[in-house]
Design a protein around this ligand. Structure first.
Ligand code: SAM
Ligand code: SF4
Ligand code: SF4
Length: 364
């Protein structure tokens, strides 16, 4: 085993559950008063891209050992856990990865999750983030299975810049075809995530804004983050969202608008001419920990309460034990109740190299 593999295995370190007490079903709040509302579920740690900011090829190369299938949560285990989370306040599930569309028969999982009803009788909001490499082919099946919307990652409109970001020879045209297919089957409005890295794709900011202005899709610019421990993050590579808004606003005037719901991470801006909106996700320059309502389940069933965590709680062990749903629900409530994460408020050059979980393992 090489050092590089150890980095990921280490980052999946387990920590013991906090004391678990009986709890009634219902909304759970953490130590900073934040409710648990969103659940991100990583369905695979594999990906066919090698984005330099997420799965750099030097680390995730040909000899990298991904998780064997039996270590992944099965669809039945994921659905059981999702139902338990739903009874403790989760209203929204996002499937992610790795590349979630690489997980075989993902439509079957979507059907199972779409069947979850919330305590108030509403349906679970079910979405998925994808690099869109397989979206054109799968959009119809995803929609039919009950998926509501998709978020597509796209960092540039020209092939050389796209390749410089994802280190894979995949044509931009195929991603755009995936977005069109999603739109055509009603997985809309499509959100498009663009990670911006100084000196690599910053020249794509304006072309991307122009391309999606008036399309009905919502383009969101994401500050390059120090997730994981392998992407060589430096503050100098981050383009602050404020700079992006100034750049776009100078050519296409923008006005700020209210969030869609409390705790929305993207700050919204509307084109003054009424041709749609964009968003900025300023995880680095404007921490939004105070309103962070997200729990995350890794591909192998570890529960993390922060994207920048170094340790998680082993819920696969609970699922594969004789614990009842009630006992597992109490464990979820105990973990959330003990949560005091606020990494983005304390990030520094010193915290960045910590052995945090990798983005491809936990999902964005
Ligand atoms: N493979 C899918 C995709 O790329 O959409 C889903 C998983 S990916 C980890 C989820 C999101 O995280 C993507 O939108 C990606 O751009 C974003 N992401 C990954 N690494 C990041 C980083 N270092 N900084 C900011 N965003 C990142
Ligand atoms: Fe794959 Fe998504 Fe990570 Fe890129 S950001 S390497 S597409 S998981
Ligand atoms: Fe939430 Fe952690 Fe990100 Fe803060 S740093 S917003 S607590 S995931």
């Amino acid at each position: 085993m090489t050092d590089r593999v150890i980095a990921l295995v280490d980052a999946g370190r387990r920590k013991p559950l906090p004391p678990v007490a009986d709890v009634a079903p219902g909304l759970t709040r953490d130590r900073l008063g934040r409710p648990m509302r969103d659940l991100r579920i990583s369905v695979t740690d594999r990906c066919n891209f090698r984005c330099t900011y997420c799965m750099p090829r030097e680390v995730f190369g040909a000899d990298y050992r991904f998780l064997p299938h039996e270590q992944l949560l099965s669809f039945e285990e994921i659905a059981r856990l999702a139902n338990i989370f739903a009874s403790q306040g989760i209203e929204k599930i996002r499937l992610t990865g790795g590349e979630p569309l690489l997980r075989r028969n993902i439509e079957r999982l979507i059907e199972m999750l779409a069947a979850i009803t919330l305590p108030d009788g509403k349906a679970m909001e079910l979405t998925l983030t994808t690099n869109a490499s397989l979206l054109e082919r799968k959009a119809r099946a995803l929609k039919d299975a009950g998926l509501k919307r998709v978020t597509v990652s796209l960092d540039a409109l020209d092939d050389p810049t796209f390749a410089a970001m994802n280190d894979a020879k995949f044509p931009v045209a195929k991603v755009l075809a995936g977005i069109d297919a999603a739109d055509a089957v009603g997985l809309a409005p499509v959100k498009i995530n663009m990670v911006v890295k100084r000196g690599v794709n910053e020249h794509s900011i304006l072309p991307m804004a122009k391309r999606f202005k008036g399309s009905g899709h919502v383009l969101r610019f994401i500050e390059f983050m120090d997730v994981g421990a392998t992407n060589g993050w430096r503050m100098d590579d981050v383009i602050p969202s404020s700079e992006i808004i100034r750049l776009i606003g100078a050519q296409m005037p923008l006005d700020p608008i209210d969030p869609n719901y409390p705790g929305e991470v993207a700050e919204r801006w509307r084109y003054r001419d009424g041709s749609g909106e964009i968003g900025v996700i300023s995880s680095v320059t404007q921490a939004f920990c105070r309103s962070c309502t997200r729990a995350r389940i890794s591909t192998e069933g570890m529960l993390y309460t922060c994207l920048f965590a170094t340790t998680g709680y082993d819920f696969r062990a609970l699922l594969r034990s004789d614990k009842s749903d009630t006992e597992i629900r109490a464990a979820v409530a105990a973990v959330w109740g003990a949560r005091d994460d606020h990494y983005s408020e304390i990030r520094s050059a010193q915290t960045a190299p910590q052995r945090k979980i990798e983005m491809s393992y936990i999902g964005g």
